[in-house]
Ligand binder design. Structure first.
Ligand SMILES: Nc1ncnc2c1ncn2[C@@H]1O[C@H](COP(=O)(O)OP(=O)(O)OP(=O)(O)O)[C@@H](O)[C@H]1O
Length: 314
């Protein structure tokens, strides 16, 4: 559905995109994750034909954005970082304006109704935009992007500046939109990408650091780890755990419960080793009090990939 190849962008002698390539399949929700200045907006602006590239190509449903701009843009709904709203218009007037601007040919009344329903703005249809909350304004921006039934939605930081409730509403909305559209959205909020995306591209200084599912990315970087707490003599328990097939490494960790001892285990296969440990402890006089997976948050992964904390904005 989307094919981005070797995108390069220079501003004078400064290279801000350095050979970015990726594909997005039909129906996928892709998160573009990166710190402030990583190159997310630049990538999206080039993909939507709003900015020229120094090199590389972008194909939207087979149409190259510079060679066939009209056909390519018909495939596309775009929400820029600052939604292009006219605050003195009512929602009705604004959507009519966007409908005309896009030269949309779908039946006006039904289509606008559908778009308002999809973006959850039906109840403010006759209100003046400047009097609405930022959450509503963001959803009006999304409604504008939905006009013309584009197959692809590109949303630049759609939750930026929203309160936690509004953020959740937009995340839920993106998940629902993903059922009908191919969606790319950018964010610097890691749990958001984790919650919403099928795939994540981690981008830093104009380069792709990782292209993976949030879950696989986490597993790959964190390694498979278990936390095990057992009520029993520490040294003997440690030895017993080392003997369980599939356990690669056993490290003692601090234990909150004075009657137990705790260990972090590096293992080959989490589920399999859990069963084996449970079976082994059952045969002993000891008691298994906890066995849980240890997972890195995507935030830890991001810091691991980038190797530093600088440049992150909240
Ligand atoms: N017109 C411009 N002239 C020079 N440098 C620019 C211009 N626009 C963007 N840049 C630089 O390009 C780099 C990437 O910027 P971009 O806006 O794409 O980052 P971003 O990941 O979207 O960050 P943000 O979350 O702040 O929007 C930054 O270093 C930025 O300073």
């Amino acid at each position: 559905m989307i094919e981005v190849r070797e995108l390069v962008k220079n501003y004078g002698s400064k290279r801000v995109l350095d050979h970015i390539s990726f594909d997005v399949n039909k129906g996928e929700i892709l998160g573009l994750l990166g710190a402030n200045g990583a190159g997310k907006t630049t990538t999206m602006n080039i993909m939507t034909g709003n900015l020229s590239s120094t090199g590389g190509t972008v194909r939207l449903n087979g149409h190259e954005i510079l060679e066939e701009p009209l056909q390519a843009k018909k495939e596309l709904g775009y929400l820029p970082e600052n939604p292009p709203l006219y605050p003195d218009m009512t929602v009705k007037e604004y959507l009519k304006f966007a409908y005309r601007l896009k030269k949309c040919r779908l039946p006006y009344k039904e289509h606008i109704e559908d778009v308002c329903k999809a973006a959850y703005i039906t109840d403010v249809y006759d209100r003046v935009i400047k009097n609405l909350s930022k959450g509503y304004r963001q959803r009006i921006g999304i409604a504008q992007a939905l006009i013309g039934e584009p197959k692809i939605l590109i949303l630049d930081e759609p939750t930026s500046g929203l309160d936690p409730v509004q953020m959740l509403e937009i995340r839920n909305l993106i998940t629902r939109l993903g059922k009908k559209h191919t969606v790319i959205f950018s964010s610097h909020i890691l749990p958001e990408v984790q919650a919403v995306c099928d795939r994540v591209l981690v981008i830093q200084k104009g380069r792709i650091l990782a292209d993976d599912t949030p879950k696989h990315l986490e597993e790959t970087l964190s390694g498979k780890k278990l936390k095990v707490c057992i009520a029993g003599p520490e040294r003997e328990v440690e030895q017993a755990l080392r003997e369980v097939p599939g356990v690669l490494k056993v490290s003692r960790i601090l234990c909150q419960d004075k009657r137990s001892c705790s260990f972090e285990l590096q293992v080959e296969d989490e589920t399999d080793v859990r069963w084996k440990i449970a079976a082994k402890i059952k045969q002993s006089p000891w008691l298994l009090t906890e066995i849980t997976g240890v997972h890195l948050s995507l935030e830890d992964i991001f810091l691991k990939l980038t190797g530093k904390k600088e440049g992150r904005k909240q």
